[in-house]
Structure formats: C-alpha cells, structure tokens
Design a protein around this ligand. Structure first.
Ligand SMILES: Cc1cc2nc3c(=O)[nH]c(=O)nc-3n(C[C@H](O)[C@H](O)[C@H](O)COP(=O)(O)O)c2cc1C
Length: 158
C-alpha cells in the first residue's frame, strides 16, 4: 500500500518551502505520495485522522516558529488533540549565529507534538544557515534515509 506523507511548511523567506520541494522531488516514487502544505491558515485539524507528517520549519524572533506557523502552533497548544495516531519527522532550519535558540522552531514543534502523543521517527534534521551548505541538498539526502527507516518500521509492524 502506498505511503502518504504530508510536509507542513513553516517559513518566512521561503527556504523551508524550497527544502520541502527538494524533499518531494527526491523521495516521491510509486510507493510514496508526498503533498506539501504551507502552514498558513492551518489549525490542529490538519492532523485529524493521523498519518505521516514532516514538519519543515525555520526559526525567527527569539527562537520562535515563523509567522505563518504561529496559528497552527497556538491551535495545537489550546486544542491539545490526541495525536497518538500521528508519526512525524522534523526538518529544522536555523542559524548557529543564534546560539541560544538554534533551530528552536523545529524544536518547539517536536516538543509539542510529542507532548500530544505523536511519535517522532528518526532524529531531527537541523540545518545551519551559517555553514555555507545547501539546505535543499542536505535535507533531501536526509529525507531519503528517513523514508528508508519509515519503510523498514512499517515492514516490521506489518
Ligand atoms: C530576523 C531573523 C531571526 C532569526 N532567528 C533565528 C533563531 O532564533 N534561531 C535560529 O536557529 N535561526 C534563526 N534565524 C535563521 C533562519 O531560521 C534561517 O535563516 C532559515 O534558513 C530561514 O528559513 P526560511 O527562509 O524558510 O524562513 C533567524 C533569521 C532571521 C532573518
């Protein structure tokens, strides 16, 4: 059975969107259907019914989620849905120049989803904008091995 993966994008200046597109291009095949949803206008109901998600978000302000992610984050905090049927991975974009809050946008989503019962698969992927590397390339590479472990986990559970 095909896998459906939804990538939720939190971004201010579109890097996370480019990263999501690169992940889709690299990881989509006959077995995996990937849809990309900007977080704009979303609320906790995006997780209704459960499934597999990738949170792909940058970090702004004092280690905050980007503006377009704030309503979804606040909705999860107030509605506190049971997300035990949700599995997720995290692509966190940041900049080590902000040493105290490096990649906190992704970290905040990770902590909140885990608190609500969702199950994280794999380690959080973190990209440092000050490193001079391309987030699209590194995240796409990470996503391929992440998908491998998702598949392996599914095979074990079947
Ligand atoms: C005003 C501003 C504040 C930022 N604050 C943080 C921060 O607190 N922690 C961090 O890791 N990165 C921070 N960043 C870096 C961005 O998260 C990083 O450049 C990211 O790749 C931008 O992705 P986006 O284009 O998808 O928004 C900040 C960038 C700007 C311009």
């Amino acid at each position: 059975m095909a896998l459906d993966l939804t990538i939720l994008v939190g971004t201010m200046t579109s890097t996370a969107e480019l990263v999501a597109q690169a992940v889709q291009l690299a990881a989509e095949d006959d077995d995996v259907r990937i849809s990309i949803k900007p977080m704009d206008g979303l609320d906790a109901s995006v997780f209704a019914g459960g499934g597999l998600y990738l949170i792909c978000t940058s970090t702004y302000g004092q280690g905050d989620v980007p503006d377009n992610a704030k309503p979804l984050y606040a909705s999860l905090q107030s509605a506190r849905p049971d997300l035990s049927s949700v599995a997720y991975g995290v692509i966190a974009l940041g900049d080590r120049t902000y040493a105290e809050t490096f990649c906190f946008g992704g970290k905040r989503f990770d902590e909140l989803l885990a608190e609500l019962g969702a199950r994280r698969l794999g380690q959080v992927f973190r990209h440092d904008a000050s490193a001079g590397t391309m987030p699209e390339e590194l995240a796409a590479e990470w996503a391929l091995s992440w998908m491998e472990s998702v598949r392996a986990g599914r095979a074990l559970a079947a």
